[in-house]
Design a protein. Sequence first.
Length: 278
Amino acid sequence: MTKWTKRKYEQNQADLESATSPYIDDKGKVIKQFPVLDPVGVSRGQYDGVSFVAKFGRNATVGNSAEEVLWDQQIAVYTYMTTASTLYISSDDNTDTQTYDVQGLDENWNMQTVSVTLSGYTSVPLSGSWIRVFRAYNTSGTNSAGEVYVADSSASTNGTPDVATTIKARVIAGNNQTNMAIYTVPAGHKGYLMDWYISLLRGSGTAVIAGDFDIYRRPVGTVFRSTQPIGVQNTGAGDHHYTWPYPLELEAKTDIEVRCFPTATADASGGFTVLLIN
């Protein structure tokens, strides 16, 4: 059995464990095989340049007139920003003063996280410039009472953005966290789509329904394309979970989203896992 050793770099004489660096066996031969990563080690950040993101989304009122993205705003289409801009956060409850972390990509498509404090109805600007946002969550010790919105416009009425397409993230009251099955691979990274899952619930009083699901990906400069269409039918709940035996490689700036098209109004959820290599 080949003995793994750590590759030494003369500049700091330190042993670096990096899944993206060549490994050398006990005879000094460079091994081209990608090493097996310990999942707990990835979660703990033990591999330089290796991380993961778990995305999950829900749309509790997917209609049967068009395919809809699984995210909190519960409308068919998610409108991506085409140019970097300032983002604003607000709540439709004027008593909300919690602190939120917002995650996304800056104007150079690099990962960024910004902490911001709500001021009720007021649209509070987030620092930095943004080209994508894909997560927001409450880091305070109290629940948000209202719906929390992140938008690329400050125009709002009582905390709710005036134009629906300006909304880039929404936190439903009581959740304290976005549920959006949407993600974009950061600059300088390769993404590897590891798995995805979906679940379908029928609405109250609705007969047995079926739902068509798909996970879509869009490399930069192209259009969204189907990745794995699947249909489920239920008498209460239907679900699907698939793990790729060979993960699908995603280039930097690739957008990913999960969509559903049921035969009747339904409550749908789903998500996916992406391994990131810097």
